[in-house]
Design a protein around this ligand. Structure first.
Ligand SMILES: *Cc1c(COP(=O)(O)O)cnc(C)c1O
Length: 381
């Protein structure tokens, strides 16, 4: 591959060990896990083993795990599934303004269907206040959905504190842990959540696989009707090789958690160090918050997103911003708007660098030097 890939929060390469397992299983263990013959039973055993592995990594029981088609499906399942199961008890939902679109747009759709959504604010560091959650709770609140860590700026949310508050309330507590899982310890008991989403392709697994943790006793209506797979909660033939590959990726992520944290924290220091040494003007978004080790979101005053992304790409630096550029006009990142306000300069010049598998210190040095050169040229420094 030409260029330095620093967009691991968007997606990741499949880990070679995971790819090996996955490729082998596609031909060796292709059976339908519902079939009663030997081929089917082999697939069933692999599915059961993978389920137990992933459940163990988050402190869940195997029967509480539902494998899905990815993070978006898990988020939608949690939100629509709760709304449908509990609309008789209430129609109020609490979420934040910095959720991934898989949560954001699901909640907006429910608003159109007559549910009332409270959109909690965040501070300048992108943090949700547990007190705000407490104040927003009502008797008819049926769902609280707050992400474990943000995908644009990396801010880690106080999920445990929010979980404590919700212990005294009947609302279902969902967290989108797609970015957090595999980067920081995720334990459903410690978090105090009822539902939790994760995705394989963000942790060096294949695309199109995810899971939804559903605490025993939590009511949700399945999004699909069909066969009785996943204890009648997710109809459709299970992608057993993909699920096994996800389990392998999750195991590798867990084993290397501390080592990667250290490496990625060092990468952040190297990047910001080189930018400082070269006299490049920049600021770090969510600088004072606890953030994911692999996400570094930087603002470069005097530049604009479009020319930044184009020129960084030309220089072989593959990064992204949370802003959508359509036909020359820029739709600013909803996360940065929530953090800095509608008119902040950061909305126009912020870029996300996200680290992951296969990057060396040398890559980071090179990327930082090239970034510094691009930014200084664009900003006329
Ligand atoms: C990537 C991502 C998703 C969506 O996951 P997919 O598997 O790509 O559907 C949801 N939430 C967050 C925070 C993400 O980063």
């Amino acid at each position: 591959m030409n260029g330095i890939y620093l967009d691991h929060a968007a997606t990741t390469p499949v880990h070679p060990e995971v790819a090996r397992v996955y490729a082998e299983l596609l031909t060796s263990t292709f059976g339908n896990a519902s079939s009663i013959h030997g081929t089917g039973r082999a697939a069933r055993k692999l599915l059961d083993d993978s389920r137990a592995t992933v459940a163990g990594l988050i402190g869940a029981r195997p029967e509480e795990m539902i494998f899905t088609g990815g993070g978006t499906e898990s988020d939608n399942f949690a939100i629509f599934g709760t709304a449908e199961a509990r609309s008789d008890e209430g129609r109020h939902i609490i979420t934040t303004g910095i959720e991934h679109h898989a949560v954001l747009n699901a909640c907006k759709r429910l608003e159109k269907r007559g549910f009332e959504v409270t959109w909690l604010p965040v501070d300048r560091e992108g943090r949700v206040s547990p007190d705000d959650v407490k104040d927003a709770l009502r008797e008819d609140t049926i769902l609280v959905t707050i992400m474990a860590a943000n995908n644009e700026v990396g801010t880690i949310q106080p999920i445990r504190e929010i979980g404590e508050i919700l212990k005294g309330h009947s609302a279902t507590f969902h967290t989108d842990a797609v970015q957090a899982f595999g980067e920081i310890p995720v334990d459903v008991k410690e978090f105090g959540v009822d539902l939790l989403s994760a995705s394989a392709h963000k942790i060096n697994g294949p695309k199109g696989i995810g899971f939804l943790y559903q605490r025993n006793g939590t009511k949700i209506v399945p999004p699909t009707s069909g066969g009785e797979q996943e204890r009648k909660r997710r109809a459709g033939t299970e992608n057993v090789p993909g699920i096994a590959a996800f389990a392998k990726a999750a195991e590798i992520a867990q084993e290397s958690l501390a080592e990667r944290r250290e490496r990625h924290e060092a990468f952040k220091q190297i990047m910001t160090g080189i930018l400082k040494e070269t006299g490049t003007a920049f600021s770090v978004n969510a600088d004072r918050a606890e953030t994911l080790p692999n996400i570094l979101n930087l603002s470069f005053p005097g530049t604009d997103i479009e020319s930044l992304l184009v020129n960084l790409d030309l220089a072989g630096i593959h990064v992204s911003s949370g802003s959508a550029c359509t036909a020359g006009s820029i739709d600013p990142s909803h996360v940065l708007v929530a953090m800095h306000g509608e008119s902040a300069e950061e909305l126009r010049n912020s870029v996300r660098f996200s680290f992951g598998y296969g990057l060396s210190e040398e890559d980071i040095r090179s990327a930082a030097e090239k970034t510094a050169a691009v930014v200084r040229r664009l900003a006329g420094q």
